[in-house]
Ligand binder design. Structure first.
Ligand code: NAD
Length: 255
């Protein structure tokens, strides 16, 4: 059987890297991506023992996502699974939110997802099969204060997921969104400092009273848990799950 291929955007650390490791462990050829030049990601690549290739692309740039998918398809000879994971966060009151920060959050998180999907869907339609998994967030389903751009981008990703899923429902392609609660990655580490400043609270209090108070389990979701869900959605047994926004959030959405 031909080796299956997966592209994970924003996969040099955090959730994206965890997903990449999960697919590599199952024998996939893995396309890693970030905006960094390849010579800065040598350590990450070394961890894959030849199973991964790196494709640098800054998804904030218009059309970079489309070029990225085209390069991966050319290099691997096809793309079975596209995982749109790259995302950035900015925390500020809306009346202090800088337009350049708004643009970047939307460009990477929403426009980049659109750009990769356009080329991937054309390719997958020709093959009559494919999987697209968008890493949205609980912030694609609920809002939090001071995250206007992020909440707008993630709600956009959930809407895009549903719309594209309907378009390709008869083509053997599924399109889903994963909506994690808080996962303790660098993104959250940076947010802790910003939230502490905005709320005038110590970092430990932000963790306990702002982040984990949202999650009834009072635990961070782990990277491995999100990776496992992504791997399941990529499999044959998930063929009837499409257009879904699946929360993995320690019970947040049940409130
Ligand atoms: P992270 O900041 O640790 O990692 C983000 C990755 O995206 C990095 O590899 C970074 O290099 C890459 N990236 C950033 N800007 C890019 C660009 N312009 N072009 C290409 N790559 C770029 O973040 P994370 O916590 O691992 O988050 C991954 C995804 O999961 C994001 O979409 C995020 O919104 C989402 N998410 C995270 C959490 C959380 O609590 N950590 C919760 C819900 C959803």
């Amino acid at each position: 059987m031909d080796q299956k291929t997966v592209l994970i955007t924003g996969s040099t650390r955090g959730i994206g890297l965890g997903i990449a490791k999960r697919f590599a462990a199952e024998g996939y050829a893995v396309a890693l991506n970030s905006f960094e030049p390849e010579d800065q990601v040598g350590d990450v690549l070394a961890g894959f023992d030849g199973a991964a290739h790196y494709f640098g692309a800054d998804l904030a740039r218009p059309a970079a996502g489309a070029e990225l998918v085209a390069r991966v398809i050319e290099r691997f000879g096809g793309l079975d699974v596209l995982i749109n994971n790259a995302g950035v966060q900015n925390v500020a009151p809306v009346d202090e939110f800088e337009r350049k920060d708004w643009d970047r959050v939307l460009a990477v998180g929403l426009n980049g997802t659109f750009d990769t999907i356009t080329v991937a869907i054309a390719h997958m339609k020709q093959r009559g099969r494919g999987r697209i998994i968008n890493i949205a967030s609980v912030h694609g389903l609920r809002a939090s204060a001071f995250k206007s751009a992020y909440v707008a981008a993630k709600h956009g990703v959930v809407g895009l997921t549903k719309s594209v899923a309907l378009e390709v429902a008869e083509a053997g392609i599924t399109v889903n969104a994963i909506c994690p609660g808080y996962v303790h990655t660098e993104m959250v580490e940076r947010q802790l400092a910003d939230q502490a400043r905005i709320h005038n609270l110590p970092v430990a209090a932000v963790k306990r009273d702002i982040m984990l108070s949202q999650q009834p389990t009072r635990q961070f979701v782990t990277v491995e848990e999100v990776a496992e869900l992504a791997f399941y959605l990529a499999g044959d047994m998930a063929r009837s799950i499409t257009g879904a926004a699946i929360a993995i959030d320690g019970g947040w959405m049940a409130k």
